[in-house]
Design a protein around this ligand. Structure first.
Ligand code: SF4
Length: 402
């Protein structure tokens, strides 16, 4: 899927590489280990050297064939650090070396922090690998879901990892780090924000919507998220501190302020929809969030050993995804925020058959867009903001299959 209009040369590919199909935590909401898809049971625990090399080649060739300028590799699991430091060094070096032959690689790791130490931090720093840490807000909210195999909360151990990252940043050993937090069912947005910003001193965080669709979600759960994000937004706007980055809010903010950012967001949406995942055995699947939705998305695979990225995108599963995602229901078609929202991520639009419905988090998006629009309207001409919404909508309508 591409935008016909701006920034065609900035196409990015997001790839989640499952280095370890094993984890040292047992988070209750984990879509990989705690869902219907039990394919990890037959997969290698760790990705072999042979698969790593073939995966890097597959992506490099695909980037060249499809004109992809940047490949973002997220080293994932399970828990990717379980692969060990020696293997991780090799993995980072192979992806960087092979991908740089045809594209610009960006490599990042997402960890639960339990194994993180200074040696790990320096290993990633030396290779320019970005580090993301998972912390679900307050101790009570975090420990509700992010438990180990003995049922114990992991908050205290993760905070030790956070402190190591903060010291490394203060000492100039890493430029930055990021935090991802899944919104807990009990969480209060203001309390979570203040805890992260004031107590934990985190300045780069994103709050992730739980992976719910029309089969697994409830109106009550979705309305909790609606409240949560508005509470976060209120605190963030009150702080009015540009050094505190909340990715979701910042994207909305910037998209309303400049045409470039609005176009960038649409490209980001298109690129995200094409995201893929490489399993430890070399199978290539749609982005991690898609296979758990339905068996159809697990059955169609390409292997890094036998297929190409172009062939992968030609599979019927992608037609279903593309058609569904661009076939907006009436609610989305008539929505004034369509250009910024695009109906939301696919995993929250699935109803058991198609992706055509508006997101289960629709009300949350609407209230966030309205709040941030209202905030900006105090300082900027509403004509200007409105014209950007129109621009974003027009760009969205020009998305086409690649
Ligand atoms: S806010 Fe809701 S209705 Fe509007 S585009 Fe997003 S999902 Fe669709």
């Amino acid at each position: 899927m591409r935008l016909k209009t701006t920034r065609q040369n900035d196409r990015q590919l997001f790839v989640s590489v499952k280095l370890a199909e094993v984890c040292n935590l047992a988070c209750k909401y984990c879509y990989f280990f705690e869902h219907d898809d039990h394919s990890f049971q037959g997969a290698p625990v760790y990705m072999s050297r042979e698969v790593v090399s073939a995966a890097a080649r597959f992506l490099a060739d695909g980037a060249r064939d499809l004109g992809i300028k940047t490949v973002e590799v997220a080293l994932h699991g399970g828990e990717p650090l379980m692969i060990g430091k020696d293997r991780m060094r090799e993995v980072c070096d192979v992806f960087a070396d092979v991908l740089s032959q045809t594209t610009t690689p960006r490599i990042a790791v997402q960890t639960n922090g339990l194994l993180l130490d200074d040696e790990w931090i320096d290993l990633f720093a030396e290779r320019g690998v970005g580090i993301g840490l998972s912390i679900d807000g307050t101790k009570a909210d975090h420990d509700l879901s992010r438990i180990d195999k003995k049922g114990r909360g992991s908050y205290d151990r993760v905070i030790e990892a956070l402190r190591l990252l903060q010291v490394a940043q203060e000492e100039g050993r890493i430029p930055s780090y990021g935090v991802l937090a899944v919104v807990a069912p009990t969480a209060n947005g203001a309390e979570t924000y203040r805890h992260c910003v004031d107590t934990l001193k985190i300045d780069n965080i994103d709050f992730l919507y739980p992976q719910l669709d029309y089969l697994t979600g409830t109106a009550e759960g979705a309305s909790h998220i609606d409240r949560f994000y508005l509470e976060v937004a209120e605190e963030w706007l009150k702080d009015n501190n540009p050094t505190i980055r909340i990715r979701t809010l910042e994207m909305i903010f910037r998209s309303l302020l400049t045409d470039d950012a609005a176009a960038w967001r649409l490209n980001y949406i298109a690129d995200t929809l094409e995201g893929l995942s490489i399993r430890s055995n070399g199978d290539v699947c749609a982005d991690d969030s898609i296979p758990p939705l339905d068996k159809r998305f697990r059955d169609e695979k390409t292997s890094v050993f036998s297929g190409t990225l172009k062939e992968f995108y030609a599979q019927p599963v992608w037609t279903l995804l593309r058609e569904g995602l661009l076939d907006f229901d009436r609610q989305c078609s008539e929505c004034e925020w369509l250009g910024l929202c695009a109906g939301g991520p696919p995993e929250n639009r699935f109803d058991g058959e198609t992706f055509s419905r508006s997101s289960i988090y629709c009300e949350s998006y609407k209230s966030l867009f309205e709040r941030i629009y209202g905030y900006l309207a105090q300082s900027f001409a509403t004509d200007e903001l409105r014209s950007r919404l129109t621009f974003a909508r027009q760009n969205l309508m020009q998305l086409e299959a690649c």
